[in-house]
Design a protein around this ligand. Structure first.
Ligand code: SAH
Ligand code: F3S
Length: 474
């Protein structure tokens, strides 16, 4: 049977899609090749969020084709994922040696199409059509093969996004919001837990909008709120009674019931999805890890409006305050864009001051990249490249300085980690994550694999904490 090599660009959704395609091919008898040179089939799972990511994948494909042409002419090469979806046939016009272009609603057809290409029944396949129910087709898992059980797994709960932020290409590459059903997702999570998984991350482009058109919110009026939320200053208008529970929080509740599952995470949420029901879930559900990656994008109300983000600076600060009221040690992460069209020095200062106020544990900063057919790409006052670079640099310095301070504050603290396995760089070291999503290294052994353990942080490295389990037990 043929062998396949898949290279992934971009976000965790793409990682998950690649894993599902690999699992699908392995189930059909394919083996996983250690490198692209050794593979019968090479697939590049692409990202379109910024131009740089597209260029990287195109250059890689040129490289692969260059090698394949001289060494093995029968190798099948293909693009899949977001750039495959947004550029479609244009990719085979640009690179005529590409055999397959597989859109974001077609991952489950990879095996069928590769069979046809390998058997010579078809010379080229481009399929970027929409397909009903494709959101429920990403469900096979590889779990690192049979030798080592994966401790943590990703589960795709929805596809697409209807928010249409003016800078973002995702609504066109991933399509309209489509959600799986709660029983279907819970069944997949149960299977994973039965195979040894302890931590599940629920994935989607805008998970907080999960099921909002198909699953009605349910009321829990009357029951009291947790003490930390009871004051009106924290909860806002509804005055101490529980809010209606959104479809997303209903899903969290259902996944939380799974016996043997230890931890739940999710990504990516949208700030407008942090209603009181979700804040309250952080207080109520012990398996829901106290960590959140909440994309901010800008600290300026004027820019947030131009970006079509649907919240204000005040609203964002309010969410952070509520989350910290119920979980003071919550790990807070964010995404920020610098150099959005029309961003003035005063707008940028608003972003800087919001970062100083919130003190994110870490922030991913992106220089604005115009994307085809998005409203922002056609806006006037595009910010010159050197100003984007300069603001990127200034914000990065601030974010890193705050992040380093927050890392150092861990020294001497006791944390609980889930051990994921040996560290890639040093096999004598084991690695795990705290509930607030920080990586911890310690001197471990195979018996620690998959354990929840307490340890004390002794020192910090770059974006890593070093801990010792022995000290806790003294
Ligand atoms: N909620 C989505 C966001 C996808 S894009 C998800 O995680 O799937 C991830 C991040 O890339 C965004 O939060 C934004 O900060 C950044 N980004 C998106 N479009 C961009 C653009 N045109 N230029 C620069 N950064 C962008
Ligand atoms: Fe993109 Fe905004 Fe949706 S950043 S994925 S359009 S929430």
């Amino acid at each position: 049977m043929p062998s396949v090599f898949i290279k992934t660009y971009g976000c965790q959704m793409n990682e998950r899609d690649s894993e599902a395609v690999a699992a699908q091919l392995v189930a059909k008898g394919y083996s996983l090749a250690p490198s692209e040179a050794a593979a019968d089939v090479v697939l590049l799972n692409t990202c379109s969020v910024r131009d740089f990511a597209e260029q990287k994948a195109i250059n890689k494909m040129r490289n692969v084709i260059g090698t394949a042409r001289s060494e093995r002419r029968d190798q099948i090469v293909g693009f899949m994922g977001c750039m495959a979806q947004s550029r479609g046939r244009e990719l085979v016009e640009k690179l005529p040696d590409v055999d397959l272009v597989l859109g974001t609603q077609k991952f489950h057809r990879a095996a069928e199409y590769l069979d046809e290409l390998l058997a010579g029944k078809r010379a080229k396949i481009v399929d970027t059509a929409a397909e009903a129910k494709s959101e429920a087709a990403i469900r096979e898992h590889l779990l690192n093969g049979s030798a080592k059980t994966a401790v943590s797994a990703f589960v795709s709960i929805m596809q697409g996004c209807n928010q249409h932020c003016t800078f973002c290409i995702v609504p066109s590459t991933r399509g309209e919001e489509r959600s799986r059903t709660i029983p279907d997702i819970v069944a997949e999570c149960r299977e994973l837990v039965a195979r040894g998984v302890k931590e599940i991350t629920l994935l989607g482009q805008i998970v907080t909008s999960f099921g909002r058109r198909d699953i009605p919110a349910v009321g829990r009026a009357g029951s009291p709120l947790p003490a930390a939320m009871a004051s009106d200053a924290v909860t806002g208008a509804h005055g101490g009674t529980r809010p209606a529970i959104s479809a997303f929080v209903q899903l969290l509740n259902a996944v939380h019931e799974i016996e043997g599952l230890e931890r739940i995470r999710f990504t990516s949420p949208h700030p407008k999805g942090y209603g009181d029901d979700l804040v309250e879930a952080y207080a109520r559900l012990p398996k829901l890890c106290e960590s959140a990656h909440i994309p901010l994008q800008s600290g300026s109300d004027r820019l947030l409006k131009l970006m079509h983000r649907g919240y204000t600076r005040e609203k964002f600060l309010g969410i952070i305050q509520k989350l910290r009221a119920v979980q003071p040690n919550i790990g807070l992460y964010t995404d920020i864009i610098v150099g959005f069209p029309g961003e003035t020095e005063a707008d940028f200062e608003q972003t800087m001051s919001l970062c100083r106020a919130v003190e994110f544990d870490n922030a991913y900063i992106f220089k604005y990249s115009p994307r085809r057919d998005t409203p922002a790409a056609a806006m006037e006052n595009q910010v010159p490249q050197e100003i984007r670079e300069e603001r990127n640099h200034r914000l990065l310095e601030l974010v890193n300085e705050i992040a380093a301070r927050k890392y150092d504050a861990f020294i001497g603290r006791q944390v609980q980690i889930l051990v994921e396995g040996p560290s890639k760089k040093n096999a004598a070291r084991y690695t795990g994550r705290t509930r607030c999503n920080r990586i911890v290294l310690f001197d471990g052994s195979p018996r620690h694999h998959g354990q929840i353990m307490d340890l004390k942080i002794q020192r910090t490295g770059s974006f890593t904490l070093y801990g010792d389990p022995a000290i806790v037990n003294l």
